[in-house]
Design a protein around this ligand. Sequence first.
Ligand code: FAD
Length: 404
Amino acid sequence: MKNSVVIIGAGHAGGMTAISLRRKKYQGPIKLIGEENFLPYQRPALSKRFLSGEIEEKRLYLKSKDYFNKNNINIINNTKVTAIDRNNKTIHLNNQEKIGYKKLVIATGSIVNQIKTSGRETNLYYLRTIGDSLKLREILSNKNKIVIIGAGYIGLEIASVAIKKNLKVIVLEQENRVMERVVSSEVSDFFQKKHQSEGVVFKFNSSINDIEDHGKQKRIICNDGSVLNTGSVIIGIGIKPNIKLAQNSGLACDNGITVNEIGQTSDRHIFAVGDCSNHPNNIFKSRLRLESVQNAVEQAQSVAETIASKQTPYHAIPWFWSDQYNIKLQIAGISKDHDHRVIRGHPEEERFAVFYQKEKRLIAIDTINSPREFAIGKKLIEMQSEIPFELISNTNFDLKKLVS
Ligand code: FAD
């Protein structure tokens, strides 16, 4: 059908694009094509409450099968899009079918970074899908020791679930602190201590030379020559945007599929949303490629509105969260270029926030068990006004006064 909106990738951003198109009263046909055999679902719980077994699979779905049927959204699961023929405005599927489109939305997400090893891939685990999380559940209930490679938020969330199941947990990290890519040293120190107090053992400055295969055992050979023996290795060393389809069809890509402020690629009939897209952000005056639910949802909403009714630019404050033990970390903004940072609250009380400034303006916050500071901080970032450091660190001063 040549008049369809076709969405490649039935994940969070793809699913939200379809849902938002109907909310914005788009009347035409919508086809949502996904390689996985699930309805569009949310991934965050895969390393948190779904992994621990506290919530069931149906809680992950964005909407029920019934919703998609009623709203006439045609989901084609278990099917991979193999090529985009831009000249004929047609996509090719792995079952040899072809589907025409009026507008195409690419929402192909990310691919996990893998470690090349001389051994077989057995007993090496990555986490991206429901299937991966179910496999990890099994590991956590059958084993008494795991080694996790990577102290990013995924590795740490898995560690916190594993410790609660009484496993011995060793985390290897090539940097000298946890979550080095996303938080300041104060927040890293806090999380490191928290994990250590729960029993996690860290080995920092430790990259992997090889993982050898010895039957049911793996031998992890580190750069300093040390060797760790373990039955299962869980790897969380980041992701890369899944852009092969876009590249093969000649769309402009640079750390993601390059889109303009309305989510349009270098082909005006094709949009890209979610982890795979790289968009301009006028609040941070730079291009961003984000790996978060906030981005998947809000970019999808803006592209859906552009397709359904009027051009809707997407310029949002990025935000993110992570749950580890009883700690909720919430991050807003981009702290990378800060020239000053102020701590409000007390890490020893497991409740504090780090405010990052650039030329006196607040550009980011990391909050620990402090939802109020998170909400206010996010507004302050949006306002881009200058804020004196002393007011932030003074816990007797109500920050709300700065936003009202
Ligand atoms: P995805 O949700 O990955 O969807 C992409 C889909 O496209 C996949 O289903 C894939 O199979 C499909 N696909 C790819 N290529 C093709 C093709 N050629 N044909 C058909 N289908 C294709 N974010 C937060 O903000 N907070 C969190 O706490 C958090 N925790 C996370 C925990 C885990 C374990 C993971 C994996 C992610 C987490 N995230 C979190 C990130 C968040 O889930 C992602 O940013 C979000 O899923 C991105 O949505 P997306 O649609 O771009 O990609």
